[in-house]
Ligand binder design. Sequence first.
Ligand code: NAP
Length: 304
Amino acid sequence: MTPLFDRVALIGIGLIGSSLARAIRRHGLAGTVVAAARSEATRRKALDLDLAQSVYADPAEAVAGADLVVLAVPVGANAAIAEAIGPHLAKGTVVTDVGSVKLAVIRDVGPHLARGVHLVPGHPIAGTEHSGPEAGFAELFENRHCILTPPPGCDKQASERVAALWRACGSEVSFMEANYHDKVLAITSHLPHLIAYTIVGTASHLEEEERKEVVRFSAGGFRDFTRIAASDPVMWRDVFLNNRDAVLEMLQRFTEDLTALQRAIRWGEGNVLQEQFTKTRAIRRSIVEAGQAGRFDPREPEKG
Ligand code: NAP
């Protein structure tokens, strides 16, 4: 394929950044890929794995001459990075990101970009609970959605170029307002993670003896929660801090629905329970039919 960009600078080269590096290389989507990583260990790994031609400690150095910059760090790190790289971005550079929250990216990155630098926030709905450059793989984005949330007035050509990149990585691209994205993801991704962190936390508070039983019989549903609750703590801390309003709103609704089920259990209202479980089963079937049910491999869950 003809390269879509001359020089791509990946800021952050963990699970998502390294998967993108691999996909870009596999499909020949950029002339050059460079990266910036915070720790010496990650920089060394990225070079050992041949993920980029050069790997810099300073993100400002990495973005020099880049026509695409991808922020692939926890969303709470974006503001400081944008401040550091802002003065070094050439006119016409496209800046995108992969963060799980979108309004916060526009808030934190936008003010640091000069006129003529185009911000096209993005979120690949693909991931695993693993982190770091070794965890990535080129196929991660295949047959997955990628949501782009260009702010009002965003350069059309810039957002189309970012869309083309994700399509070339195998994703189906959707455009959405950042606000709407954050609401949808609050219920489909953020709340499920919060519930998983809570259930696993509750189990860990049980007495030692019972905890052994928790591990022993975990196949009964709990195991899936432990997998989600093994997700990166820093990434998820930042998601909740940066999507606070939408998550709190969904949590309120969830709490009300949970109370309704609690009531049905207390009063033996089997019909209420059965009706609810029948509806949710239909939702699962529609996800399977849409091809979004994951790989059926417990080691490689689909997340986002
Ligand atoms: P990851 O594997 O933990 O990699 C994070 C990268 O960011 C590493 O290179 C890390 O450097 C760097 N980093 C962390 N904190 C930093 C800081 N304060 N300043 C500068 N660099 C920093 O994380 P990931 O899963 O790729 O997630 C990256 C982004 O993708 C997040 O915004 C997340 O919301 C989004 N996302 C994740 C998933 C998922 O399932 N994991 C799915 C979709 C989107 P060091 O290694 O040197 O610490």
